[in-house]
Design a protein around this ligand. Sequence first.
Ligand code: HEM
Length: 107
Amino acid sequence: MPRLGRWLIRTAFIYLILGFTFGGLLLTHKGLALHSALWGWLPAHIEFLLMGWIVQLTMGVAFWILPRYWQKPRRPKETYAQVAYLLLNLGIWLVVTGTTFRAGRWV
Ligand code: HEM
């Protein structure tokens, strides 16, 4: 498996753990009223699981497994995928900063 594929899939699993943790906390909070600020983490729960987990896992598996006819005989253009990896994760944290941490409209 290519190195970037490993990074994408590992990062996706981290978001799965984060997303399920906040999902579990939110679910518990519905019954036990843990902390009033917990609902603020709903957008983070959604972003972590939809973008961080599902989209990123798909990207990782696709980068690893799909045929890359354009690679031969040239060197792989991995840079585009690396930039996509960085921008996706930057975007996820911008969403969390803007929604959960209410960083303001500029975010
Ligand atoms: C891939 C898995 C998951 C995805 C994509 C996902 C996505 C979402 C989305 C889009 C919402 C917003 C729904 C709405 O506002 O109508 C939501 C709400 C919620 N999710 Fe998840 N979720 C996932 C897994 C989980 C898990 C495993 C738990 C609990 C252990 C959980 C607990 C919750 C709770 C408590 C809410 C709030 C429901 C409410 O508004 O009353 N989610 N989730």
